[in-house]
Write a new protein. Structure first.
Length: 271
DNA sequence: ACTTCGACCTGTTGGC
DNA sequence: TGCCAACAGGTCGAAG
């Protein structure tokens, strides 16, 4: 479930409960995620104060006194904030206990996620070095997109999903953004004019912002019994709608594979 | 310097 | 019902 809007929703939900509290204990049951969790992480974190909970793309950043705890949820990761001790179930790989007796529990069946420690400034961390701008910030705009588009022949969908161009746009939102801008996912990005780039940036912001608001309503009371984030389901226009009628023209939506990811689009509306 | 592809994992779904 | 293949929201890093 971890698209940018959900990661942001999680961040907001956790912030009030965890900021300014102290890491008391870290329990690692399964260290083998995308990269192995540093065995020293529990001792590194112990007694540090969580100063601030931030986000970069789909990474959650727990800013501490001596560095940053980085958590990525991969494809299947989730975080739960427990009020009280609870026996771990399958795939509950890590517990992080705080001084206010709350436990942050990391769950990830596919283990594509990551839990890393960076004692350097996070900006210089190799993972963050080549990341493009945040889609919701001002430096992501039509001018910027147009400038980058001149240097690339990638199909528009792959361009949008390239985190060196812009972070946080995954498969679902790339599909949705292109449908709403009526652009073919196959369209070489350097064939867009300035106006189309402007529209692309605007639509991307609008769709992500809307999803954050929806996520916020379903996840606002963030605790172990938090509701399932069904926030986007009813708003999806193309993703997961292969063979169903296009909401604009009624023709059947098609799929194709781009860079090993499924693309769903309307071959009539999206040029 | 570019793009493509394999790899990391488990769970769910749909066809036979 | 069982078995098996295909597929799933991500993205790094090797290979071409």
């Amino acid at each position: 479930m971890p698209e940018l809007p959900e990661v942001e929703t999680i961040r907001k939900g956790l912030q009030g409960h965890l900021e300014n509290h102290i890491f008391k204990k870290v329990i690692i049951r399964q260290a083998r995620l995308r990269w192995p969790i540093d065995a020293n992480l529990p001792s590194t974190l112990k007694n540090q104060t969580l100063l601030s909970l931030q986000r970069r793309g789909k990474y959650l950043l727990f800013l501490c006194e001596k560095g940053t705890l980085i958590i990525h949820l991969g494809m299947s990761g989730s975080l739960h904030l427990l009020n009280q001790a609870k026996l771990p179930s399958k795939h509950d790989h890590v517990d992080i206990l705080f001084s206010n007796d709350r436990t942050l529990r990391y769950h990830d069946p596919r283990r594509f996620g990551a839990i890393l420690w960076s004692s350097e400034n996070t900006i210089s961390h190799p993972l963050f070095k080549n990341l493009g701008p945040e889609p919701l910030k001002k430096d992501f705009n039509g001018n910027y997109l147009y400038g980058m588009a001149q240097k690339s022949k990638l199909p528009s969908k792959q361009f949008l999903m390239d985190n060196r161009i812009v972070v946080g746009i995954g498969n679902i939102y790339a599909n949705e953004i292109l449908f709403q801008t009526k652009l073919s996912p196959l369209r070489p990005i350097n064939t867009l004019d300035k106006k189309q780039c402007e529209q692309l940036a605007q639509v991307a912001k609008k769709i992500l912002q809307k999803a954050i608001i929806k996520g916020g309503t379903t996840l606002k009371d963030f605790c172990d019994s938090e509701g399932k984030p069904g926030y986007f389901q009813q708003d999806l226009k193309v993703y997961g709608r292969k063979d169903l009628p296009c909401y604009e023209c009624g023709n059947t939506l098609h799929t194709l594979k781009q860079a090993q990811r499924t693309t769903t689009y309307c071959i009539y509306c999206q040029i």
